[in-house]
Design a protein. Structure first.
Length: 241
């Protein structure tokens, strides 16, 4: 196996967040392929970590087709996430070890996997911690709540406000994710979101395509007015930071 596809688990960052490296050996070892994905999922529904990665890669590779249906992809990726065995030894060890970073008063990001077509990260919040409004330009995302509970607000970008550098956002979804629930986004729908945790919470995030320098550089953070724009329900004026 080459270095590019080697299983790894290092503490990392999304745009605007910095972290020190943290190696977690449990996730670097290859998970057993006893129920590895072979084109169809096992009857009992649960799939282990390695089978999950193989299945997501199969679906995410379709992004290179002339017409990639992102809505259909996130639907399938979400279904796979819901079948992921969160008690898989590799994941269970990762969940436990990330808690060693508690107490730093910010959300933490840990890289679980990176392949050519997608990446998977573990995001950990303590009670009350949040990630402010941000986007994922050109990307799709599936967020699986593995532990705890988190509020998620999603927005669509309507465009730039007339005669202004500010933009208008439409709130398209507001949900509370508990263990075993998912939230999705595509490049065009629900792409901007913010999150705030009710309690100690860990999310498994699947993004396709994966972040690279260009996608990170193009990501934006937003300051959003608390009141709707001129009385329009669910439409807000925002400033890119």
């Amino acid at each position: 196996m080459d270095d590019y596809n080697r299983r790894h688990f290092i503490r990392t960052s999304l745009p605007g967040f910095l972290g020190l490296g943290l190696a977690l050996p449990g996730i670097t070892a290859l998970a057993t392929r006893a129920n590895a994905y072979q084109g169809r999922l096992p009857e009992d529904g649960a799939i282990n970590w390695d089978a999950f990665l193989t299945a997501v890669e199969k679906e995410a590779s379709k992004q290179h087709l002339d017409h990639w249906n992102q809505a259909e992809y996130v639907k399938k990726a979400a279904a796979l996430a819901l079948r992921l065995n969160l008690k898989d030894p590799a994941l269970a060890e990762a969940f436990e070890k990330t808690q060693q970073g508690l107490g730093n008063q910010r959300a933490d990001f840990y890289k679980l996997e990176r392949q050519r077509n997608f990446e998977v990260s573990l995001v950990q919040f303590e009670k009350g911690e949040q990630i402010s409004h941000h986007d994922h330009p050109g990307m799709t995302g599936v967020l699986l709540c593995a532990t705890g509970k988190v509020d998620v607000w999603n927005y669509d970008l309507l465009g730039r406000k007339k005669n202004s550098k500010n933009v208008l956002l439409k709130e398209t979804a507001q949900s509370t994710l508990a263990k075993g629930m998912v939230s999705t986004l595509t490049a065009k729908q629900r792409n901007i979101h913010r999150l705030q945790a009710h309690s100690l919470t860990q999310l498994v995030d699947i993004f396709a395509p994966p972040y690279n320098k260009e996608r990170s550089r193009n990501s934006s953070w937003f300051t959003v007015d608390p009141e709707p724009f001129k009385g329009y329900d669910h439409i807000y004026e925002a400033t890119k930071r």
